[in-house]
Structures are given as C-alpha cells and as structure tokens.
Design a protein around this ligand. Structure first.
Ligand code: EAX
Length: 332
C-alpha cells in the first residue's frame, strides 16, 4: 500500500513537472515568436507608391503568419538614406528595405545597366528582363554582401524638374545644378548634357530645392507629387530619361534565421505585394501629370530623340563595364 502511494506520488510529480515544462516551452516559444519583426526602411512619403506597396506586404505577411511575424514600416528616411539602408541590410542591423536600384551600383556593378539613359522605354519589357535570368543574376550578385534581393518593384520613369526655366530641348538643361542619386552613370549623363550634377541623398532634397542649393532634380511623377516638389519647382519636363526600378532587399542573416515555411511565406508576400505595387504605379500614370498641372507646374514635353542622341556618349563610356550582352537584353 505504502509502495502504491509513493508510486502515485512520483507519478503525480512527474506529470506536473512535465506539464510545467511544457508550459515553459510554450512561453518561450510565444516570446520567441513575438520577437520576429521585419523592419522595412525606405525614403519616400507615407502616401508614396513604396509605402502603399509595403503596407500591402505588411497586411499579407501578418495575415499569412497570423501575426507571428510583424512588419514595421519606416518611411521618409527615418532610418537614414538608401545607402544607409543597404549597408544596414548587409550588416544585418536592418531586416528589409525598398530602394532604387541606382545606389546599388555602388555594391554591384551589374545593376548599372538600368541607369543608362533611355535604355528602357517599355516597362513590360523591363519586367520580363528583371523577373528572368538577367534580373536573378543581378540579385544573386548581392549574396556575398549579405543581401538577398527578393524582387524588382517599380519606382518609375524619371522626369526633370527645376526652378529656372522650361525645358524644351537638351541645351536648356545646360548650366543647371541638378541633384542626382549617387550613381556614376546618372552623373555622367547630366555632365554630358552640360548640367552640374550634385549627388545627394533623397532625405536632404526638399530642403536643397527650397533653399536653392540646387536648381532641379529628377524623379518619377508620383514622387514629385507625394514629396511635394511642386511647391518649390515650377517647371516639369516629361523626359523619362531613366527608368528607375526598385529592389526589395532582405538581410541574408535574418532570412536564413527563418524556418523554410516562413521563408516561403515571405517570398510569396513579396511577390504578391510587388505585383500590386507595379499595377498601382501604372494606374497612377495618367492622372499624375494632370494633378501636377493643377498644382501649378508648367509642363513641357521635350523631344526624346534629341535627348537620346545627346546622351549617346554615356553608352560608349560604360558599355565595357556593363557588358554589351546585358545592354542588348534590354534594348531588344
Ligand atoms: O528610391 O533618391 C531618389 O531620388 C529615389 O528616387 C528615391 O529615394 C526612391
């Protein structure tokens, strides 16, 4: 009888200990799960195409993981410039970012092909190349820097604004101080046009335009609108001189710390949000120049052929470095 009770006591103890253990395991798991947050930094305004597309990503991600993985967005360069974000991803101090591909040229020259003037006139063709082998090789070239490029989103066709004069022909650009992204091909393009290129992070741009440190800048219409450049730039020229893709980058150390299932969810959410963002950009196109006109900008449509001709020397300068095969893949 005594033996029976001792056995029973042991059994009770064991059961309750196992129970406690399980409870503890559940707690740490819960805590562990709570700790998974993807912080995404970008430089644009809260109502920009980037932020809206990333909101979509956040919704999909949080829904698919039932809130196990949280997404936090940091817009308006709150966490620094695009270069800072890329470096943060590379070092593993930031989980994700959406940046123009132009500053990526400083990390992998493969991206430079997009920076050639007028190389992309048809975005559908660009999507095809970016989603195919050429795009994959570009993204893969970032892996040894600790960066995983999940996909190409859209920033847009870049248009020129300034505070000095209406631009109708290439010569009108000559002498203007133009802020550019930190990219050698962009800088060369504006040099060839006789402008004074001023590379500068986006976060400093509005003030520079307002204080007239620079005369002009170039960005897609959606940015000219959502960053309110129309308040300080009276002239808008619909040049479309560069096509600016955006890259969705994730820190390799963060990505590899996720379970294969969560990696899959992340990939799917990025793909779905990317598609949404591209379509959103296309849908905006028509109304934007109308809006900007209403907001007081004087809009001109310079002759693209003349601009293309004037910027041809840029191809000669960079074709060796970029590779004619890649250039041809986009031109064909
Ligand atoms: O990627 O710096 C720029 O002009 C970019 O278009 C912007 O940061 C979005």
């Amino acid at each position: 009888m005594k033996k029976f009770f001792s056995l029973l006591l042991i059994l009770v103890l064991v059961v309750s200990l196992v129970g406690c253990g399980q409870q503890a395991a559940e707690d740490t798991e819960k805590d562990g799960e709570k700790a998974v947050t993807i912080r995404i930094a970008h430089t644009l305004a809260p109502d920009s195409h980037y932020n809206k597309g990333l909101q979509k990503f956040k919704e999909i991600m949080e829904e698919k993981t039932e809130g196990r993985i949280k997404v936090e967005l940091f817009h308006s360069a709150q966490l620094g410039s695009e270069r800072d974000a890329i470096e943060g991803i590379s070092m593993g101090t930031l989980e994700a970012t959406l940046v123009s591909t132009a500053p990526l040229a400083n990390f992998s020259k493969k991206f430079m092909v997009f920076d050639l003037p007028f190389i992309i006139q048809d975005r559908e063709k660009a999507f095809e190349v970016m989603d195919g082998e050429v795009g994959k090789a570009m993204m893969d070239s970032l892996n040894d820097k600790g960066i995983i490029g999940l996909g190409f989103w859209e920033n847009g066709f870049r248009m020129l604004t300034n505070s000095k004069r209406a631009i109708n022909k290439p010569e009108d650009i000559s002498g203007l101080k133009i802020r550019l992204m930190e990219n050698p091909v962009h800088v060369e393009t504006f040099k060839v046009l006789g402008a004074q290129p001023v590379p500068m992070p986006f976060g400093e741009l509005f003030t520079a335009l307002q204080q007239k440190t620079v005369d002009g800048q170039e960005n897609p219409l959606v940015i000219i609108d959502t960053s309110k450049f129309y308040e300080v730039q009276p002239y808008l020229a619909l040049t479309g001189h560069f096509y600016s893709p955006a890259a969705f980058l994730v820190s390799k150390s963060f990505y590899e710390g996720l379970s294969p299932e969560d990696q899959k969810v992340l990939n799917e959410a990025e793909q779905e949000a990317r598609q949404w963002e591209r379509e959103y950009c296309i849908s905006l196109e028509k109304e934007l120049s109308e809006n900007l006109k209403e907001k007081g900008m004087e809009i001109t449509t310079p002759d693209k052929k003349a601009l293309q001709e004037a910027t041809k020397p840029v191809y000669d300068k960079f074709k060796g470095e970029i590779g004619e095969d890649v250039i041809n893949a986009l031109l064909q």
